[in-house]
Design a protein around this ligand. Structure first.
Ligand SMILES: NC(=O)c1ccc[n+]([C@@H]2O[C@H](COP(=O)([O-])OP(=O)(O)OC[C@H]3O[C@@H](n4cnc5c(N)ncnc54)[C@H](OP(=O)(O)O)[C@@H]3O)[C@@H](O)[C@H]2O)c1
Length: 295
């Protein structure tokens, strides 16, 4: 399978290096300053805060038109998707989107044929440390979290099974998810209040020191989740609906102080731009739901 990864940030680089190490025919697409770094220094990867840096010789391109791809993985921030979609209209291959997204598949289908689109979400994490991608070290807890991969209409298809098998063959936990759209919306209902609260506080550690702000964030998450489809998907988010808010606050404070929350600490304009877009997407779907209730 010939794979193009579109976007060479944390997630695109992590999957590109993992697939390359497993012998997959994978190419990474970058632009601007990141493209220069990749061409001059190679793809530099390191595990955790102190793992050794290694260069992974993944082929690099600056346009999707340089190949016949079986699968294109889009790993840009959500608000950067429009330009990517336009550039893919004349390029063949299935396209799997790997980002926070709460608008459903329709905006993607407006540009790409229905039968080309797959949805997923990364089960990897990390940060850019200068030119180096420092990806989250695997732990017993992170190994339990699979990368969900689904058809927009929830069908089980051979191509979905092929993509799940591709990631598994490279050592990434992956699973077929029949309710991928609901999964993404529910995840966004959690991610937006969390991301905005972290941003307002100046980082996860700072937020952890403000129990009142954590409580407000928990209330917002629960309000959002109450409007999401039942049964809850991803399943563990059910806990956020049923456990009393007062008990969730100390759990969140502990999480915010942990290394898993570290990637939330960023003042990147791309993160702010993405949060703003997903917040808008959530608001738009709430308005549509309300309108349906009235009619
Ligand atoms: N990082 C994490 O730990 C993590 C964890 C779970 C989920 N996610 C989600 O995964 C998605 C990707 O996140 P990320 O952390 O990988 O983001 P990121 O580090 O900001 O990387 C995005 C990359 O895509 C590039 N890009 C954007 N538009 C492009 C275009 N038209 N052509 C070529 N390259 C383009 C960006 O380049 P420029 O810098 O030039 O814009 C950047 O290098 C997001 O939705 C994020 O919320 C991330």
């Amino acid at each position: 399978m010939k794979v193009l990864i579109y976007g060479a940030g944390v997630i695109g680089s992590r999957y590109a290096s993992g697939l390359f190490d497993a012998g997959v025919d994978v190419t990474l697409l970058a632009r601007g300053a990141r493209l220069d770094v990749l061409r001059n220094r190679g793809l530099l990867m390191a595990e955790g805060d102190d793992g050794p840096i290694r260069s992974v010789p993944v082929p690099i391109v600056d346009s999707p038109t340089y190949g016949n791809w079986d699968l294109i993985l889009v790993a840009v921030r959500s608000h950067q998707i429009a330009a990517v979609l336009e550039s893919l209209a004349g390029v063949g291959g299935d396209v799997m989107f790997l980002q926070n997204w709460a608008a459903g598949p329709e905006p993607l289908h407006e540009i790409l044929d229905r039968d080309r689109v797959l949805l997923g979400f990364p089960n990897q994490g990390g940060v850019m440390d200068g030119d180096v991608v420092r990806y989250r070290r695997a732990s017993a807890a992170t190994r339990l979290v699979s990368m969900p991969i689904g058809e927009p209409d929830g069908q089980t298809t051979p191509r979905q099974e092929r993509v799940v098998a591709l990631f598994r063959s490279a050592g990434f936990a992956a699973k077929a998810e029949p309710r991928m759209d609901a999964w993404l919306r529910t995840h966004a209902a959690f991610e937006v209040p969390l991301g905005l609260a972290v941003h307002a506080a100046g980082g996860p550690d700072a937020l952890a020191e403000r129990p009142t702000a954590v409580r407000a964030m928990v209330d917002e998450i629960r309000l959002n989740l109450a409007a999401m489809p039942n049964p809850t998907v991803p399943g563990p988010f059910r806990i956020l609906r049923i456990v009393p808010a007062a008990l969730l606050v100390p759990l969140f404070r502990r999480f915010l102080r942990s290394s898993v929350a570290a990637p939330l600490h960023t003042d990147s304009p791309a993160v702010a731009g993405e949060l703003e877009l997903i917040a808008d997407q959530l608001r738009a779907s709430a308005v549509i739901r309300a309108a349906k209730l009235v009619t």
